[in-house]
Design a protein around this ligand. Structure first.
Ligand SMILES: [Zn+2]
Ligand SMILES: [Zn+2]
Ligand SMILES: [Zn+2]
Length: 538
């Protein structure tokens, strides 16, 4: 990155692509050999429907729904595949006790000319739903356990950002925080939907899950909640209808992050002015931001994110950036914006910076890619006291140990660190280039757990639940499984979360994080739902 933001004699930035020795066409060459998904295609649509039927036979309703969504997105406009996808999906909604959505899909199926001779099936289904519509499963989004933070949108008001030389910018507790409290709900900055086949489970605009999705008329693999979500999507129009779809997830995300930034500013001049002021600010990572909330303050944090520098990544950054730059300059609106030499050269550097930031900080959930700015303020510990999972386009932080006023909150950066110190070279050391001195890394072996912990029924339940072959971890269609296992995890953390780290605490924390993130993918039920149910009982 030595060439980044270097200028020529005339004051414009150097042509970083022209000077790079790397193979500029690396990515186009890589992708030319890949079989890219075609546009609307009934053969593919039918294949996905059959996959859905296989899941239906196993009563895995959420999995079946994902395939029916995929089938719908590939179905040729006006073909019978459209009505079959809606009709099949309506059954999934029915089985998941979401009767209102089932009826909506039945109406969609009929409107799409569902065969008259089979319509009685849908009529029966509708009658069944109408009888039960008052007993619908209620889906609640995750919610804060405290008021929202006034300065940092996404934090609850029990968190604050501090700076010191040892830890840099980091997150501390403003008061004692109990276990199992939701303290962070942060939206991704510049998210993009993963475009790979089989991922068609969220709205391309609002990232909601488990909706009565409708397809884009031109693109496969792209669904929206409704016409409003189609109209409100600023970025899809750039790639809509391109055949074959130009993008893998990474290219899609690189592009969206650049478009997202352009969209913040009135014009290119104010974009340039803003970016230059941030990159020339040498004190940047030592200053605790006074507020993070509006798009400009968020973009400032984005531009300040750490770059993980190794030669390989630099090479990839340049190749990827060139690909993104050329792609974006192919769109007339973008080309007009960056028309002069100086602006083009700036745009080249901006693309390189964005791609480098993305490569170092991107977080992939199973449905979207994005960067989480507030999350980036958390330091790493292999024995974390806050766990993270994802819901729609949001990252949710939940406490897993008692945190005292003034103490720092730590997350685990890489799942391999759950096995520290068994794992002699934890990823924290290799990838993030620092020496971890958490309570796990400092001790050569963890304290021996007492008999009481080892024989705890909650711990035994969690161990056997997680070790079951093809266990319910990949399908929480049965809500009760999910609610049980979550409650058990919370019980264990409440009982032992304040003791020195043990094998059991490690196992439960690790699995709790896994369960939370899997559950949002494989079930419409989430943590907020558990809370509301327990509260109702009291
Ligand atoms: Zn939507
Ligand atoms: Zn489209
Ligand atoms: Zn450690």
């Amino acid at each position: 990155m030595d060439l980044l933001w270097k200028k020529e004699a005339d004051g414009s930035y150097i042509d970083i692509f022209g000077r790079s020795t790397g193979n500029s066409n690396l990515f186009s060459k890589l992708f030319s050999g890949l079989q890219l998904a075609p546009a609307k295609n009934n053969t593919k649509s039918t294949e996905f429907r059959q996959n859905g039927n296989d899941q239906k036979a196993k009563e895995r309703w959420y999995h079946a729904m994902r395939f029916y969504n995929e089938s719908l997105s590939y179905a040729e406009n006006g073909s019978p595949n459209v009505s079959l996808a809606y009709a099949n999906r309506s059954l999934c909604f029915l089985k998941m006790e979401m009767y209102d959505k089932c009826i909506t899909d039945i109406n969609f199926a009929i409107k799409a000319n569902y065969p008259k001779e089979k319509r009685f099936k849908l009529d029966e289904r509708r009658a069944y739903c109408l009888e039960r519509i008052n007993n619908e499963v209620e889906i609640l989004a995750p919610a804060f356990d405290f008021d929202a933070n006034e300065n940092y949108v996404g934090f609850s008001n029990v968190l604050d950002i501090k700076f010191n030389e040892k830890f840099g910018r980091h997150v501390v507790a403003k008061c004692d925080i109990a276990i199992g409290k939701t303290v962070l709900i942060e939206e991704a900055f510049g998210p993009a939907q993963l475009m790979d086949a089989g991922q068609c489970v969220v709205c391309n605009t609002c990232y909601k899950n488990t909706m009565n999705f409708i397809p884009c008329e031109k693109c496969p693999n792209t669904l929206f909640c409704n016409q409003t979500c189609i109209d409100n999507n600023k970025f899809h129009k750039f790639v809509c209808g391109e055949v074959p779809p130009p993008l893998t997830s990474s290219v899609m995300y690189d592009m969206t992050s650049v478009l997202f930034a352009i969209d913040i500013f009135q014009n290119v001049d104010s974009l340039i002015q803003f970016v230059e002021s941030v990159i020339n600010d040498k004190s940047k990572t030592k200053v605790v931001p006074s507020a993070i909330g509006d798009m400009k303050s968020k973009y400032r944090i984005f531009l300040q994110l750490n770059l993980l520098g190794n030669a390989m990544k630099r090479g990839i950054s340049l190749a990827r950036a060139r690909n993104v730059y050329e792609k974006l300059m192919g769109y007339p609106t973008i080309k007009t914006m960056f028309s002069t030499k100086a602006k083009k050269r700036f745009f080249i550097h901006l693309c390189v910076l964005h791609v480098s930031i993305v490569l170092s900080n991107l977080f992939n959930t199973n449905t979207i890619s994005g960067t989480y700015l507030l999350r980036s303020f958390f330091n790493h510990s292999c024995a974390p006291n806050v766990l993270f999972y994802h819901y729609e386009n949001k990252c949710i932080g939940i406490t897993s140990r008692l945190i005292r006023k003034g103490e720092q909150l730590f997350m685990i950066y890489n799942p391999t660190c759950w096995s520290t110190p068994l794992n002699k070279q934890p990823m924290a050391r290799i990838e993030y280039e620092f020496q971890c001195d958490c309570e796990k890394c400092k001790s050569t072996n963890w304290p021996n757990s007492s008999k009481r912990i080892k024989s705890d029924p909650d711990i035994q339940y969690i161990e056997s639940f997680m070790s079951e072959a093809n266990g319910p971890i990949d399908d929480f269609s049965h809500h009760q499984n999910y609610l049980n296992i979550q409650q058990r995890c919370i019980n264990v953390l409440n009982k032992y979360g304040n003791l020195p780290w043990t094998t059991e605490l490690n196992m439960v924390s690790r699995n709790f994080e896994l369960i939370l993130s899997q559950a949002c993918l494989f079930s419409p039920i989430n943590f907020g739902n558990l809370r509301s149910r327990t509260e109702n009982k009291e």
